[in-house]
Design a protein around this ligand. Sequence first.
Ligand code: SF4
Length: 207
Amino acid sequence: MKLKEGTVRLSEHVRKFLKDKIEKDEEKIVDLSQAKPVEITEIRKLMPCVADPSMSRIVANMTPPLGGILKILEPLFPRSRYLDKKRSLMIQKDDIIITIYSSGKVSIGMIKNETEANKVLEELRNTINEAIKIGVVPAPGEKLKTEVMEIYRYLPQTNCGICKEQDCYSFAVKLIAGEATLEKCKLLKEAKYAANQEHLQVLTAYI
Ligand code: SF4
C-alpha cells in the first residue's frame, strides 16, 4: 500500500506499544460513580515477611481492579500515599503496610497470621465499598504532620553514617527539615528493610 506524504507505516511492535500506552492513559478516569463494589477474591500467598520472618506477607486479589479510581481514594485513609509511578496506593495502619495496585493486586506486609490478614482485608473492602456506595470520598484534608520519632522508628538505627549524618536520629531531623531525602540512607535498599522503606515512603508524604 502506498503511504501518504507525512505518514509512516507502524511495525506490529510499535502498534502494540501505542495501543498499550493509550489503554494506560485511559486508566486516568477518576470518576467514583464508575466504580463497582470490590471483593477480595483470593489470598494467593502467605509467606514470611523479609523484614521479620516471624511475620507474614500476603498477596491477595481485589476485583474488579480499581484502575485510575485508586488515586482518588487516597483521602479515605489517614496515612496513605498514591505513587503515580507504580500506580499503587500505600496505606499505613500501625505496623502494617498495605499496597493496593491498580491491577487489583493487594500486598500486605508485617501481618501476624491469616486471621489478622482477613480482618485487614475485610476492613479495606468495607471502607472502599462504603465510599463507592455514597459516591464520594472526603476532600483531601490537612495532613497529620510526621514527627521525628516516627521517622526514626523506621530507620535501620545502625548509626552507620553512610548518609553522612552522625546517627540515624540526626538523619531523621534532616529529613523532617527537608534537608535530606530517603535515598541517602543506602541501607534501606536492603531486602530486610523493605517494610521500613514502605513505611517511610508513606510518612515522608506527611512532612
Ligand atoms: S545511612 Fe541510614 S542507617 Fe546509616 S546512619 Fe544514616 S540513616 Fe542511619
